[in-house]
Design a protein around this ligand. Structure first.
Ligand code: SF4
Ligand code: SF4
Length: 441
């Protein structure tokens, strides 16, 4: 019988909750604890909590397989206490070496360093990965995809919440490669014509420039908001303006550092010191600047902490790009966690109020059926590592689940599969377009 990691590699499973790290690589490691991250802490998104409720058996099956592959002795499914129905649905399926890790309703409970700390007490070192402390973390959809991979079913669909200023907020399942415009239509369309769209959650999501962009294995959500909403304005600010504001108005109040989740668990990262260094021509300890590499980009400093509208997060993102281009790595140790850490975590309700998203804070019920598009445009790079190499040609007839993109020889990457039955219309270095039925157009 094939190894679990091999089946997962064959199925093209990637981390569905983040940058799409190929899951088979994680499964080849040895770990003590395997955590399913079901925190779903981004306000407005309602995907994972509903999937846990609907597929508890599959989730446990995926976790059991992941534990077997890595030798983990304990499995933890991390869920917020408020996901009561999901917890109830899961309880009777848990195996003897599994438990539910109850999380408070705080942001960012789903940042894996925080999830691990809150459920095990272990702390990921700054610049490190969970495996450094014997832990592997995957999100709910990744775990369901592992369960499907064991049955030799590749990843061909993505479930995501479509919400905000749309007619019928809902959580839909669509073939990978479906356009965002169609996803918007599934929620009844936009409520007005002056909207801007976010792919992902309101805190960490990115602005969408083009609604013809496809849904990928990592698309976390789709949110419509008015173009003059403060959240949209903040995301649209240029780096020049972010830096100018940081230099001119920072009052060194330290609120950003006091509330930074990474700082709270003992990382060196102190956003107020980074802003100070950037404002004074980078004078001082160079390590202050390199600690930007350990920023999780959670956005607490920008969206909640800073009283004068500075974005230490954006400054960190710019510094990261600069430091990575120079090959700089962060080297630091973890300190004691802040004694106030658990009291300074940001309640989700306070964040929602501060973000001004309450008017769009709706239920988004999970649809039973999978959407059936006429055409898909499947990206060849939906993951960390090298883009997949096409193994089909224009005019080929393909069936759902068929391999269409292979991992390049010796590279880190993930396989890509056809998400619908149809004919390949176009093959490029970036994507493969498939249209339902037969014949070219
Ligand atoms: S919270 Fe804002 S004003 Fe205060 S130190 Fe941080 S960046 Fe400066
Ligand atoms: S985005 Fe801000 S609050 Fe979040 S980890 Fe980075 S510096 Fe800390």
């Amino acid at each position: 019988m094939k190894k679990i990691a091999e089946l997962v590699r064959a199925a093209g499973v990637v981390g569905a909750g983040g940058a799409g790290f190929p899951t088979h690589v994680k499964l080849e490691a040895r770990a003590d604890i395997y955590i399913v991250n079901g925190a779903e802490c981004e306000p407005m998104l309602k995907t994972d909590q509903q999937l846990v409720r609907k597929y508890p058996h599959q989730l446990v099956k995926g976790l059991a397989a992941a534990m077997e592959a890595t030798g983990a002795r304990e499995g933890i499914i991390a869920l917020k206490a408020k996901y009561r129905e999901s917890i109830t649905a899961l309880e009777s399926f848990l195996q003897r070496n599994m438990k539910i890790g109850i999380l408070p309703d705080i942001y960012p409970a789903g940042d894996e360093a925080l999830t691990i700390w809150l459920t095990t007490g272990r702390r990921v070192p700054p610049g490190g990965i969970p495996l450094n402390i014997g832990v592997v973390v995957n999100n709910v959809q990744t775990m369901l995809n592992i369960a499907a991979a064991i049955e030799e079913k590749p990843v061909t669909v993505r479930t995501l919440t479509v919400t905000g200023a749309v007619k019928n907020p809902k959580t839909v399942t669509v073939p990978v490669g479906t356009s965002l415009a169609e996803v918007l239509a599934l929620a009844g369309g936009a409520l007005s014509s002056d909207l801007v769209f976010i792919q992902g959650g309101p805190m960490m999501g990115k602005l969408v420039n083009d609604l013809s962009e496809p849904v990928s294995k990592t698309t976390g959500g789709f949110i419509a908001l008015p173009k003059d909403h403060p959240l949209i304005k903040a995301k649209g600010k240029s780096l020049e303006s972010v830096l100018r504001i940081a230099k001119t108005v920072c009052e060194q109040c330290c609120f950003c550092t006091d509330l930074c989740p990474r700082h709270l668990i003992g990382h060196e990262l102190s956003p107020h010191l980074i802003i100070r260094a950037v404002s004074y021509n980078r004078l001082g300890d160079p390590k202050v600047l390199t600690s930007a590499l350990t920023c999780s980009e959670c956005g607490v400093c920008e969206a909640y902490a800073c009283p004068v509208g500075i974005s230490p997060m954006r400054v960190n993102i710019a510094l990261k790009a600069e430091l990575r281009a120079k090959g700089v790595k962060y080297e630091g140790v973890i300190s004691e966690e802040n004694i106030m850490a658990k009291h300074r975590l940001l309640p989700s309700s306070r964040l929602v109020a501060k973000l001004g998203i309450k008017p769009w804070y709706a239920e988004a019920p999970l649809e039973d059926d999978t959407y059936d598009p006429e055409e898909v445009n499947i990206p060849l790079k939906q993951h960390t590592g090298a883009a997949a190499v096409p193994v089909v040609f224009t005019g080929d007839k393909v069936s759902q689940g068929q391999l269409i993109g292979e991992i390049p020889e010796g590279a880190l990457g993930a396989r890509v599969h056809a998400s619908i039955n149809g004919i390949v219309q176009k093959v490029s270095l970036h994507s493969i377009q498939i249209r339902k039925g037969g014949g070219h157009e």
